[in-house]
Design a protein around this ligand. Structure first.
Ligand code: HEC
Length: 111
């Protein structure tokens, strides 16, 4: 089922470039990731893994691959655009890496 949806998605629904939706990233992250990324949710801190001194993620590409790794390890099965929404949310909130132009088409379509 997931495969079929992915294929459909690739064929029809998902344009090659999309605008990221940070609000959507935040809700996805809240639904799915806070379980482990909120060691002290009662005092509102759910970011210690992202902000610890020796954090693993060092650049934007690393952030994307970490999110992909957590997604596949946990068998969440997000679509690419959902992954990128969460990446954008985490980057805006915690990491602040300069962002490659993932949200813009590399070539403008000819008109
Ligand atoms: C089952 C617990 C668990 C869940 C759920 C989880 N993570 Fe993680 N995550 C971890 C652990 C543990 C680490 C630290 C890994 C390490 O240091 O080797 C980590 C590390 C990370 C990092 C890198 C932090 C750094 O060092 O800079 C990112 C980014 C991340 N997770 C994103 C996510 C996202 C997005 C989700 C939701 C899809 C998620 N995680 C869900 C356990 C979890």
């Amino acid at each position: 089922m997931i495969k079929i949806r992915k294929l459909l998605c690739m064929a029809l629904l998902c344009p090659p470039a999309y605008a990221v939706n940070i609000d959507n990233g935040e809700s996805l992250h809240q639904e799915t990731c806070l379980e482990c990324h909120s060691p002290r949710v009662e005092d509102g801190d759910h970011s210690t893994l992202y902000t610890r001194e020796n954090r693993r993620v060092k650049d934007f590409a690393g952030l994307e691959s970490m999110v992909r790794m957590c997604d596949s390890n946990l068998k969440i099965g997000w679509f690419d655009d959902e992954i990128m929404d969460v990446v954008a949310y985490l980057n805006q909130t915690y990491y602040h890496f300069p962002q490659p132009k993932v949200v813009e088409p590399t070539e403008k379509p000819q008109k």
